[in-house]
Design a protein around this ligand. Structure first.
Ligand code: GRF
Length: 195
């Protein structure tokens, strides 16, 4: 299976996914694509010998469809079987998503369906939740929605700052996403629940 990974920044989730696709793993990375030419993850991907591309979203301003039409070019050229969004910070339209319906995954730093959108760690702390975590889901037209393929739970500690909590959740993202991808690439949709 060919896996394309979309990033916007450092790409730590992308690195975890790429480094997991070895040996008898049914998938291999075929492209790392970013909306920012300066994304640190592009360097990490190139160091691992993975083809990279970037399409800057800024020249397109509010014209999301025009940006996505450009983004599609390297993505379709790579002929991925699976597309993983990993720290990709642009909202994708239903038109784009529909081209990959049923084979596009995303990782979101909350226990979905709670805390869709941004600032999830601060919101969980603010709400006084006892636990938080991350979710991998199939991408549908609705933001941070779609069937849950895996979750990892993390306790919220007394006095936790959103930075400290985010750092603990990120460690589990790096465990969850590769586990889900391996299962997903082998055709198994049974949800992964960690720890
Ligand atoms: C992280 O905060 C993660 O929770 C979310 O995107 C952010 C950056 O991730 N998925 P990465 O290091 O670029 O993978």
């Amino acid at each position: 299976k060919r896996v394309a990974i979309l990033i916007s920044g450092g790409g730590s989730n992308m690195v975890s996914l790429v480094d997991s696709m070895t040996g008898d793993h049914p998938a291999r990375p075929c492209l790392v694509l970013s909306n920012d030419a300066n994304a640190g993850g592009l360097t990490k991907a190139a160091e691992r010998g993975i083809p990279t591309a970037s399409v800057d979203h800024r020249p397109f301003k509010g014209d999301r469809a025009a940006f996505e039409a450009e983004l599609l070019k390297p993505l379709e050229e790579a002929q991925p079987d699976i597309v993983c969004l990993a720290g990709f910070m642009r909202v994708l339209t239903g038109g784009f998503v529909s081209r990959f319906q049923g084979r596009m995954l995303n990782i979101h730093p909350s226990l979905l369906p709670k805390y869709k959108g941004l600032n999830t760690h601060a919101r969980a702390i603010e709400a006084g939740d006892a636990e938080h975590g991350c979710s991998v889901h199939e991408v549908t037209a609705a933001l941070d929605d779609g069937p849950i393929l895996g979750q990892a739970r993390v306790d919220i500690e007394p006095g936790d700052t959103s930075e400290a909590l985010a750092a603990r959740v990120l460690v589990w993202e790096h465990k969850l996403y590769p586990t889900v991808l391996r299962r997903y690439a082998s055709g198994d949709r049974t949800p992964v629940l960690l720890p």
